[in-house]
Design a protein around this ligand. Structure first.
Ligand SMILES: *Cc1c(COP(=O)(O)O)cnc(C)c1O
Length: 479
């Protein structure tokens, strides 16, 4: 052994040809093909040569079995680098880093079909000629919001960009200072305005904006008035804002359009489901907005998309903008969106069929009962270092929707058995949960790890529980 582990020199490296002929290599070549295996072996040999030159290469590293094993592991690791399903137990239901809204089964079916079959994406089957890819989704949007016309693009950021570029390129757009928000992921209203080619005119102050502020700012260069849903923050205290109805009247008195970026934009009154109120798209249009933009994958509960609804002639101009072609949605997204919008036609079933609303409207008593049910098996999987409790907690909608509202929820609270501060241990525990076959994501706060169970539906419980055994297996517990 001592001899085997003696340092190796670059001259001891095996040749590629010899390695490829090794019997142990046959299975890898069969599995992954010659090109991929060769590419990896070249990388590995280059790396080994460097180590040899530094005098840090041991002979055991050069054994064929060791080289084959490294190759197998490296190629398998590459294959694992894909999007993975995780359990979002962060308490944020529409989590932008975790893919926002889960889609209903009806949408999955529609997407699967477009992925495997030719579809009438831009083909009018009745007329036998070219049609519009968005026509079906837009017809539903008009029906559900009372809008004259609609259009669909890649996401809401694209919708705002396209709208501003179409209506206000080279001219001014007036926005209240209190609404110049940053949504996250580098979406800042002033930056979007600049990219769209419109000049931002800020009016009012951070906390108070009055109708006269807008009136004073309107001039020959003004193209548009815009209102932006503050989404992820709220100004409270001594505040004043001009509501949509007032602002629309004011815009129209000056022959200008009003655009409202609702961000989340719900299609139904959430209060009817016992949830916090959020202005609906229909209400915003009825209040006089000429155009309303909102996301497909926030409260709407569909795929990523940007939806623009409003006056027919304005939508027609937007559709003629060459940027529209660059921002259009693909067939999978449109299929999912159509399926989700179809569910809105039957609103009494919505809270059951649409995952986002089903999760948002889950009752906290039921979630607490679920937490109590899950506690014993999970406690058993943790080392005695950790104490587990089933406790009430609060979820939030996320993605900028209803930032101040907290939804009573419940879940598991994991604390160190010794009490006190154990930040490092908590971080390690949370890292271990991220290494489970389907990673579990919670949130750390107040010296505890919190797993909000609102987003774990009863049907997923068995699968969720099954994998906790891995925690004990891998390193004799965790912590
Ligand atoms: C979320 C949000 C956006 C961006 O929407 P995406 O669909 O994520 O592109 C724009 N404006 C507001 C007010 C938002 O809340």
């Amino acid at each position: 052994m001592a001899q085997i582990d003696a340092p190796a020199s670059a001259a001891d490296l095996p040749s590629l040809d010899r390695l490829l002929r090794e019997p142990a290599m046959a299975a890898l070549l069969r599995c992954h093909g010659r090109q991929r295996v060769l590419k990896w072996l070249r990388t590995d040999l280059r790396h080994l040569r460097l180590r040899a030159l530094e005098g840090r290469l041991s002979r055991s590293t050069l054994l064929t079995d060791a080289i084959v094993m490294r190759a197998r592991q490296a190629l398998q690791a590459q294959d694992r680098e894909r999007l993975r399903a995780v359990y979002n137990l962060t308490g944020t239901i529409l989590h932008s880093n975790l893919g926002r809204a889960p889609l209903p089964a009806a949408a999955l079916e529609a997407v699967r079909m477009t992925m495997t079959c030719a579809v009438d994406l831009e083909f009018d089957l009745d007329a036998g000629r070219r049609g519009s890819r968005e026509a079906r989704a837009c017809a539903s949007l008009c029906e559900l919001t009372g809008a004259e016309a609609a259009t669909v693009v890649n996401n809401n950021a694209a919708a705002v960009l396209l709208l501003l570029n179409t209506l206000a390129d080279g001219r001014q757009t007036i926005v209240s200072r209190g609404e110049l928000v940053e949504i996250g992921g580098a979406f800042r209203i002033p930056d979007v305005m600049r990219s769209a080619g419109t000049r931002l005119v800020e009016v009012g102050t951070t906390n108070r904006t009055h109708p006269a502020d807008f009136i004073d700012a309107i001039g020959p260069q003004t193209a548009l008035l815009m209102q932006v849903h503050a989404s992820n923050y709220a100004i409270t205290g001594f505040t004043a804002a001009v509501d949509t109805r007032r602002l629309a009247a004011l815009a129209h008195a000056h022959a200008l359009p009003l655009a409202v970026d609702l961000g989340s934009g719900s299609l139904i009154d959430l209060a009817a489901l016992g949830l916090p109120h959020e202005p609906t798209v229909e209400q915003t249009l009825r209040a006089g907005a000429d155009l309303v933009t909102f996301s497909g994958d926030k409260l709407l509960g569909g795929p990523q998309a940007g939806l623009i609804v409003g006056r027919r002639e304005l939508i027609a101009r937007i559709d003629r903008n060459p940027l529209k072609r660059a921002l259009r949605c693909d067939k999978m997204r449109l299929a999912a969106l159509e399926a989700v919008l179809a569910l809105y036609r039957e609103p009494e079933f919505l809270a059951e069929r649409l995952p986002v609303l089903r999760l948002l409207s889950r009752c906290d008593d039921a979630i607490l009962a679920q937490a109590r049910r899950l506690l014993p098996p999970i406690q058993a999987a943790l080392t005695p270092d950790w104490n587990l409790d089933a406790v009430p907690m609060y979820s939030q909608t996320g993605s900028g929707a209803q930032p101040l509202e907290r939804l009573p929820s419940a879940g598991l609270c994991i604390r160190h058995a010794l009490g006190g501060r154990h930040g490092g241990d908590l971080k390690r525990l949370s890292a271990r949960l991220r290494q489970l076959p389907r990673p579990v994501l919670g949130r750390i706060g107040d010296d505890a790890l919190w797993l909000d169970l609102r987003t774990l539906e009863d049907a997923d419980e068995a699968e969720f529980l099954a994998q906790w055994a891995h925690l004990a297996e891998d390193d004799g517990g965790c912590g």
